[in-house]
Design a protein around this ligand. Structure first.
Ligand code: NDP
Length: 256
């Protein structure tokens, strides 16, 4: 048994999409042991309330992940306040699903700009610092939709496939580099099944939103945000030499 298993992560993290659902649950899980957490999302009022309830080490930053400069600002805030960035959790995401036949191009653009480009902007902003530090953790939230394609959600599924593939590609590039410079930067991807959150509210086409809600409610024992936060904690607490690449987690009774 590895004694480091009992280690508790006490670093500095940035968490995107922290104003609700999974992101909020992650913040609540990590805050008490973290040296510092910068929580980022568009709804600054919700972030401010959350930060106030948790303590001075939690810093709210308004940030639209579609905007590269705002993502860079969130990272700079972390460096200014805490002097380093140990962990990035790319969690912000939307799911404006509908049949492709409806041609909702604006939804497609928003999905790609948030779920793919937002993740890339986060990686681009933290990576130079992690490479300099020779250490870091990047955790990307993909989805079951990152492995499979469901009806009426082609672009969402494509975006989550992209997140999974980007994570894997980053991990490959980093491990090649770590052979040269000894860095221990690790990349992990979580692929959740149904988690009871506000995600259906991001569906702009009403019939699709109602169907998403119904499907979510029909799952017996859906996951809660806290279940994904537990996965994050497990990943962060792993010893330095252990990299958890992918973690699929779904409700036990979700019919696949
Ligand atoms: P929520 O809708 O509860 O949370 C989404 C979060 O993303 C919010 O905090 C929202 O904050 C933020 N967000 C959305 N767009 C942007 C943006 N442009 N810039 C910054 N933040 C943004 O849903 P979940 O908690 O369920 O979603 C979190 C992640 O989990 C997503 O990536 C989702 O795809 C993924 N996931 C969810 C599953 C589920 O069943 N719930 C299953 C599999 C994966 P704000 O509006 O304040 O900006």
């Amino acid at each position: 048994m590895n004694e480091q298993r009992d280690n508790v992560w006490r670093g500095v993290a940035i968490i995107t999409g922290a104003s609700s659902g999974i992101g909020e649950a992650i913040v609540k899980k990590l805050a008490s042991n973290a040296e510092g957490i910068v929580i980022a999302a568009r709804r600054i009022d919700r972030l401010t309330l959350l930060a106030k309830s948790l303590g001075d080490n939690v810093i709210p930053v308004q940030c639209d992940v579609q905007n590269k400069a705002e993502v860079e600002h969130a990272v700079q805030t972390t460096l200014d306040r805490f002097g380093r960035v140990d962990t990035l959790i790319n969690n912000a995401g939307i799911a404006p699903m509908s049949s492709m036949l409806r041609g909702r191009v604006e939804d497609w653009e928003n999905t790609i700009d948030t779920n793919i480009k937002g993740v890339l902007y986060g990686i681009a902003a933290v990576l130079p610092h992690m490479l300099k530090q020779k250490t870091g953790r990047i955790i990307n939230i993909s989805s079951e939709a990152g492995r499979r394609v469901f009806p009426g959600s082609a672009v969402y599924c494509a975006s989550k496939h992209a997140v999974r593939v980007i994570s894997e590609g980053l991990q490959i590039d980093l491990s090649a580099r770590s052979q040269k410079d000894g860095n221990d930067i690790k990349v992990s991807t979580i692929l959740p099944g149904y988690v009871l959150t506000d995600l259906p509210e991001s569906v702009t086409f009403e019939p699709a939103r109602n169907e998403f809600k119904k499907n979510m409610q029909n799952v017996e024992g859906p996951l809660q945000g806290n279940d994904i936060a537990d996965c994050i904690q497990f990943i962060l607490n792993a010893p330095d030499h252990v990299e958890i690449g992918e973690m699929t987690v779904r409700p036990t009774k979700q019919v696949m």
